[in-house]
Design a protein around this ligand. Structure first.
Ligand code: SR1
Ligand code: MG
Length: 423
């Protein structure tokens, strides 16, 4: 066994993986044919894990193995293998709550921190599609169903208190992954930190302003407190466009290794932030003028619809499926009670929207000034153009974070994005 890892764990190479999968009947049957004919390719381009695509005569699988350290940084940054357990648990629950919107699990090996899943083909990582200027007409419907159902059904609106508390406890051990978020999103970009980086000296002044802005530090600290303390629902915890695979007609949410019971607005904000970054980055990518306008228009209308359709679906679930201990129906009898509860639902959604706006801003700032960046910006070849796109995004993010309360509708957010685009 590797030092510091549980008995039975080893980092798999292709030969070892082949033998391991061949010894697992459910997997071998799914792949089909002789094991020595399976093709195995390591394709992981994320920050943390190994990902193998395995193909046999009968079908394919995606096999993910957690490494005992952060892949992006190396062995100097150890990370618990237990994240594979939490990812498996989250995938199982999300598959039950939002059927068809996450990959099916074929096999999980606790000792190896390994999960074999349905191979998503011809799906691609949504972020890559957005960089290429592709629009996804089915995306809003799918992602809003995913968020509304996973968040609502794991919340106190849907669950009895004891069940909810057990559920919180079942993810409480995933604190090392939460700590990554606490540091990389809510702390480091606002101070001098060794791991911070940005890709152009044109951003030096903005980064320094952000490090010196005490109002911003209060705002990000409030968001951090919410992230630390608000166990509202089972959140995906890393719901960016690199955690979503798409075709024209299908959307699958992958990679929930950061899952825990946290604030719902963090997931909603992640989706909105990553769409907004695709919008701002679009100016730096090669596109025919008409295509650019159409793509950017689609992205902003998608931001709009992500919030409105999520909110509609969430409230509809609350009206029809509330079985939790929050807002006992017995306290809201008859017509006046129903009307009062409806007003309260709108107030609840307004608070959730405010959270989502703040988390949107936090997610944008970390991808430009923190450790882990995204290809939306990084694939822009011209450094000046890239810095312009990033500066516009930072400008919007700062406004969203400092003036969250003045954004009372998603239309106000997309309007501000449109204005920042021409800054
Ligand atoms: C060191 S991990 C950096 C980032 O990668 C993951 O996708 C998360 O977004 C995390 O913050
Ligand atoms: Mg990931």
């Amino acid at each position: 066994a590797r030092q510091g890892t549980p008995a039975g764990y080893r980092i798999l190479n292709e030969a070892d993986l082949r033998d391991t999968l061949a010894a697992t009947p459910a997997v071998a049957e799914r792949l089909g044919g002789p094991a020595d004919r399976w093709t195995i390719t390591e394709v992981g381009d994320g920050n943390l894990n190994l990902v193998f695509i395995v193909k046999g005569a009968a079908g394919g699988l995606a096999v993910k193995q957690a490494l005992p350290y952060v892949r992006l940084v190396g062995e100097s940054w150890p990370l618990p293998l237990s994240r594979a357990h939490y990812e498996h648990l989250a995938l199982t629950q999300q598959g039950r709550l939002a059927p068809g919107l996450v990959p099916a699990i074929v096999h999980h090996d606790h000792a190896l921190a390994l999960t074999a899943m349905e191979l998503l083909e011809p799906h691609i990582i949504m972020r890559k599609g957005l960089v290429a200027g592709t629009v996804y007409p089915g995306f809003v419907g799918h992602i809003t169903t995913f968020m509304a159902r996973t968040l609502f059904f794991s919340s106190d609106l849907a669950l009895p208190a004891a069940e909810k508390k057990e559920a919180i406890a079942s993810f409480a051990g995933n604190h090392a992954l939460c700590k990554i978020t606490e540091d990389l999103i809510f702390t480091d970009p606002y101070r001098v930190a060794e791991q911070n980086r940005w890709t152009s000296p044109w951003l030096d002044a903005t980064a320094a302003e952000i490090r010196a802005d005490l109002d911003l530090h209060v705002a990000i600290s409030r968001l951090k407190l919410k992230f630390l303390s608000s166990a509202e629902a089972l959140i995906h915890g890393d719901l960016h466009t690199g955690s979503i695979m798409v075709t024209d007609t299908e959307t699958k949410v992958i990679d929930p290794e950061f899952a825990f019971y946290g604030p719902m607005g963090f997931d909603v904000g992640a989706v909105i932030a990553n769409l907004l970054m695709a919008y701002f980055a679009s100016a730096g990518h090669e596109r025919a003028p008409g295509d650019r306008a159409a793509f950017e228009g689609w992205v902003l209308s998608t931001v709009d619809r992500v919030w409105t359709e999520f909110a509609d679906k969430f409230v509809a679930l609350w009206r029809g499926e509330a079985a939790g201990d929050a807002y006992p129906v017995s306290l809201f009898p008859g017509e006046p009670g129903a009307a009062r509860l409806e007003i309260e639902r709108q107030a609840y959604m307004a608070r959730l929207f405010q959270d989502a706006v703040g988390f949107t801003a936090a997610k944008i700032i970390r991808r430009i000034l923190g450790l882990a960046h995204n290809i939306d910006f990084e694939l822009i070849e011209d450094p000046k153009q890239r810095a312009t796109c990033e500066a516009r995004s930072l400008r919007l993010a700062r406004t969203l974070m400092l003036e969250t309360g003045s954004f009372t509708s998603i239309a106000a957010v997309t309007k501000a994005a449109r204005e920042s685009r021409h800054w």
